[in-house]
Design a protein around this ligand. Structure first.
Ligand code: PGA
Length: 250
């Protein structure tokens, strides 16, 4: 892994006008650095505003927070992969814990979404992570492996296009983050899972997510197995997102 990915998951925040205002403030003072990428996952209605604003800026990519796997048809309220792509998205969050736990998305659904995103030559950012009770019952790795099994059947070339985010559910929006060492163990297991399936060591980036803030990002990113961060709350305010994206720079 050579690049570090800083991904902002805005969830249900920042409509088109807010998104433009955010970017004006964020980009004022932002400098592109080699080996670093900044990814934005705005709500679907804001994808175009964001892509238009960052169109000529290298190292910045825009993604969708969710898609449906069917190409078109009678699926009220859903967004197809090609619509997201047409709006400028190049990546898609798949299986975020809020999709799984609030909206009942299953491992099977995440598998279909990953395939639809890959078929469109876009990058799936697959989110995995255990709940607090699963963690307390020492089931963390079993849960991660069950969630990764949604990728079974994909060849190594397809697997190599995926990015994973490890987001322990108990750490999302709670202010409690996994320690770098704890996260490192899970990240190592995820890297190993891909290696066992023929993907060259470490070439699938594994991001950490869950209460990442300017104060803890440095420590998390100094852990070897952590290839980037997926940030919710602390990505909503331009200054705090700038501070996270600048971690490790002089
Ligand atoms: P958080 O959210 O940074 O607010 O904990 C992370 C996420 O849900 O992706």
């Amino acid at each position: 892994m050579t690049k570090t990915i800083f991904a902002a998951n805005w969830k249900m925040n920042h409509g088109p006008a807010d998104a433009r205002g955010f970017l004006d403030r964020f980009l004022d003072g932002y400098r592109q650095e080699s080996g670093r990428e900044v990814w934005f996952f705005p709500p679907a209605v804001s994808i175009q505003s964001v892509t238009q604003r960052v169109a000529r800026l290298p190292g910045i990519l825009v993604g969708a927070q969710n898609v449906y796997w069917e190409p078109k048809g009678a699926f009220t309220g859903e967004l197809s992969v090609s619509m997201a792509k047409d709006a400028g998205a190049r990546a898609v969050l798949v299986g975020h814990s809020e999709r799984r736990h609030v909206f009942g998305e299953t491992d099977d659904d995440t598998g279909r979404k990953v395939r639809a995103v890959l078929d469109a030559a876009m990058t799936p950012l697959l989110c995995v992570g255990e709940t607090l009770s699963e963690r307390d019952n020492a089931k963390t790795l079993a849960v991660i492996h069950r969630q990764l099994a949604a990728l079974d059947g994909l060849d190594s070339e397809s697997l190599a296009q995926i990015v994973v985010a490890y987001e322990p559910v108990w750490a999302i929006g709670t202010g409690k983050n996994a320690t770098p060492a704890d996260a490192g163990t899970v990240h190592a297991a995820i890297h190993h899972w891909f290696e066992e399936r023929g993907v060259a060591g470490g070439s699938v980036p594994v991001l950490y997510g869950g209460s990442v803030k300017p104060e803890n990002a440095q420590e998390l990113l100094s852990e070897d197995e952590i290839d980037g961060v997926l940030v919710g709350g602390a990505s909503l305010e331009p200054k705090s997102w700038q501070a996270i994206c600048a971690v490790g720079l002089d």
